[in-house]
Structure formats: C-alpha cells, structure tokens
Write a protein that binds this ligand. Structure first.
Ligand code: C2E
Ligand code: CA
Ligand code: CA
Length: 408
C-alpha cells in the first residue's frame, strides 16, 4: 500500500505568463516553477514530471491533512516572491490536488488519479489546494451536478473545437491541425480547458455525444480549408469499441463532403487495446481515414499491440520531445521511434515543440511533422483560418454550419 501523500502541482497561469513575456520566456518560467518545487522537496521526497506545467511531489511518510497543509504553506511561501523574467517581474500561480494515502488507494497510479480529481476540484472551486482521500475522489467523480451541467452545456453548444497548426519539419509548411476541445462556459464566463473536465466526461456516458459533436464540428471546419489540409480528432479508448463510430464518422465525412484521407483519428494506448477496438480501427482505415497513435511511449503499450494496430502516424509524446534538448537518452528514444516508424511506413509527429532549437533538433532526428506553441497555440476556427490559411469561402462555411451544427 502507498504510504505517502501525492501532491499534483500545476502552474495554472503558464499561458498568461507566456502571453505577457513572450514565447522565449517558456523555458525560464518552467525553470523557476521547478526550482520553487525543488526548494520544498525534502530528502526522500520524489518529484515526477507529469507534463511541463504539472509535477507530482511525493511527500514521503506524509499521510495527515495537517502535515500536508504545512507542506503546502511552505510551497506558497517559496512561490510568493515574483520571479525575474528577462528583467520583468512575474508572479507564478499554482493550484494543487493532493491524494491522501489510504486503503482505497493501493497503487501509485490510483494516487495520481485521485490527485488529478482533487486538482480539478481545486480549479473549479478556485481554491489553492484540495486534499482528497480515495472516497472523496470517488464521490467527486459521481457528482451529479457536474454531469448535469455538462449535459446542459452540450445542449447549448458550449463545446467548441480549437485548432492547433501542424507543419512539416522540413519547410514549416502547414499540413493541418489538431482539434482540441474548449468549453465556452457561459455561466462562469470563461473558456475552460479539457484538463478540467475531459477525464470525468470520459468516465460518463456523455463522452459519446461530446465526441460525435466535436467530430462533426471539426470535419465541417476542415471541409472549408483548402486541400490537402487535414484535421486530427482525439477519440477516447471507450469509443473505439463502438461499431457505430465507423458509421458516424462515415456519415459526417459524406455530409461535409470531406475526403476521408483528410481526417486523422488520434488514439491513446492506455493499457491493452481490446480486439474489437483494433477491428473498429481497421474499418476506419478501410474507409480511408488515417490513424495516429497519440502520446507514443507513455502508455502501457507493447510491440505486439503496435504490430496489430493499423496506424499510419506516431505522435511522440511531449516528454521526449522537450527532453531531447538536454537528455541523450531522450534523443536516443526519439531517433529509435523515428527509425521504427519509418521501417513500418509510418509518419512521425513531434508535439510540444516550444522553440526553434527543439524544432531544428526534431527535424534533424527525422520527424516528419511538428506541432507546438512555437508554431501556434490552439485557437478558434476563425482565428486559425485568418492566421494560417487566409479568408475562407464564406458561403460554404455557412452551408456546413447550418447543415451540421448551428453556430459555435
Ligand atoms: P493531447 O491530445 O496530447 O493534446 C496535446 C496537448 O498539448 C493540448 O492540450 C495542447 O494544447 C498542448 N500543447 C500543444 N503544444 C504544446 C506546447 O508546445 N507546449 C505545451 N506545454 N503544451 C502544448 P489541451 O488542449 O489542454 O488538451 C489536453 C488533453 O486533453 C489532450 O492531450 C487530450 O488528451 C485531451 N483532449 C483535448 N481535446 C480533446 C477532445 O476533443 N476529445 C477528447 N476525448 N480529449 C481531448
Ligand atoms: Ca491528441
Ligand atoms: Ca498527445
């Protein structure tokens, strides 16, 4: 049984800081964040990178709320003073979700999931930190008010795909975009990122209508972009065992008159993929849709699974992409994945490219396509078209929107 509290700490104003201080400040801001975390880490504590803006601090031997509160107070003190970003001062803001060890949380993975649930709660309630036991995390997952609100938001069309550009590594030419959901929450009057709600929605039945809405929406937008630009849509594992996914995607492509080859379905390998999921992917592949394995290298994937998946594209996880600048091991992993993919006639996308040096390195290591803040953040369709394509043929946009969606 795990005996240590797990504190998931997120730098929540990262995007705002980067907007204010420029893309060149990304590395420095993350460094300051990490050094704040290291300053409260005691000997024996663990510090794991979950994503560049999220770290998990394993508080060795800590299993009481009062001791966790003391550790958090120390963290807030460490991050209270503004940091210097190229001569300007910047205030780091963090929120934390903490999992309390207990009998319901037997493994580190469950602790992390409980901490994630607590962090979501902290973000929603705008609290600096929230501590959850396994029971509290389970109760939060089943919060009927939250799911009722999601249902309402779905009916109101508040879920909108944003688009992040993907470019060729060789020439920086636009090849397409990944659709990433944003919740235009009309009650809270803010744009909510998927980290706050997607996991809970994925655990509920609402993930079906949400994914279908996003698929149709993204396909309709892509049909108005010039050929051969593509759109990539994230499909959660739960939907891959549903045969109707094939019909739904086929219908959406027909209605929008989009060439199936311009749709990429991004799937994540979280554990062993059921046979049925491989069959569904096979049917999508037969339609002409492209398949990408997302977050490659982080799941519990095996080469047997890799061999059986009808995939065309491998998306290297951001951890290796960003790690490659400093770590020879990460560079070796990127090179090996590129080699593997090439031999299997697959393309490789490096995601999370945040600066020119990283883009150059990924190109040198043989990646085909690049995606990341260096090229552009996810933005609404209008902004995407304006920034990367030029004015769309307006009449068609209206046609597809009327046919498929209503407005967003
Ligand atoms: P993902 O599919 O791995 O998407 C990539 C995430 O990395 C996106 O976060 C994107 O905004 C972010 N990102 C891209 N470039 C950079 C970069 O250079 N630096 C950093 N720090 N981050 C970068 P986002 O939009 O918050 O999405 C997070 C996750 O939520 C996605 O991870 C995906 O798992 C899930 N998600 C997003 N949209 C959807 C959706 O429509 N359906 C489903 N089921 N899941 C979605
Ligand atoms: Ca993805
Ligand atoms: Ca990814």
């Amino acid at each position: 049984m795990v005996k240590h509290a797990h504190a998931l700490i997120e730098l929540v104003n990262f995007d705002l800081l980067v907007d204010a201080h420029g893309e060149q400040s990304v590395g420095l801001i993350i460094e300051e964040f990490v050094s704040g975390l290291k300053s409260i880490k005691r000997a024996g504590d663990g510090l794991l990178e979950v994503s560049p803006t999220q770290f998990c601090l394993v508080l060795r031997g800590v299993h009481q709320r009062q001791h966790i509160n003391l550790a958090m107070a120390k963290l807030y003190r460490a991050l209270a003073a503004p940091v210097d970003v190229f001569g300007e001062s910047a205030q780091l803001v963090v929120r934390c979700g903490i999992a309390l060890p207990g009998s319901k949380l037997a493994k580190s993975k469950q602790m992390l999931s409980c901490a994630q649930s607590a962090l979501r709660h902290a973000k929603r309630q705008e609290l600096p930190h929230v501590i959850f036991s396994g029971t509290e995390a389970a109760a939060a997952r089943e919060d009927p008010n939250f799911l009722a609100r999601i249902r309402e938001a779905l009916d109101m069309g508040e879920f909108v795909p944003y688009f992040q550009p993907k470019v060729t590594a060789a020439y920086g030419t636009l090849v397409g975009a990944e659709a990433l959901v944003r919740w235009h929450d009309t009650k809270l009057k803010k744009v909510v990122p998927p980290g706050v709600f997607i996991e809970q929605v994925e655990e509920s039945g609402l993930i079906f209508p949400l994914t279908l809405h996003l698929l149709k929406s993204a396909i309709a937008r892509c049909a108005n972009w010039p050929e051969p630009l593509h759109v990539a849509v994230n499909i959660p594992p739960k939907l891959l065992t549903e045969e109707f996914l094939v019909t739904a995607i086929g219908d959406a492509l027909t209605v929008a008159d989009l060439d199936p080859a311009r749709l990429i379905v991004e799937v994540t390998e979280r554990g062993k993929m059921p046979k049925l999921a491989i069959q569904v992917l096979g049917k999508l592949s037969a339609l002409g849709v492209k398949i990408a394995i997302d977050d490659f290298g982080t799941g519990e994937s095996s080469l047997i699974q890799f061999r059986s998946m009808p995939a065309n594209i491998v998306k290297l996880d951001q951890v290796f992409v960003r790690g490659a600048a400093k770590s020879t091991k990460d560079r070796a992993i990127v090179a090996a994945v590129v080699e593997l993919a090439k031999r299997c006639q697959m393309q490789v996308v490096a995601e999370g490219v945040e600066d020119q040096a990283c883009a150059d390195l990924m190109k040198t290591l043989g990646c085909d396509w690049l995606q990341g803040y260096w090229f552009g953040k996810p933005v609404p369709n209008d902004e995407f078209v304006k920034a990367y394509i030029g004015e769309p043929p307006k009449a068609q946009v209206v046609d597809h929107m009327a046919a498929l969606l209503g407005s967003d």
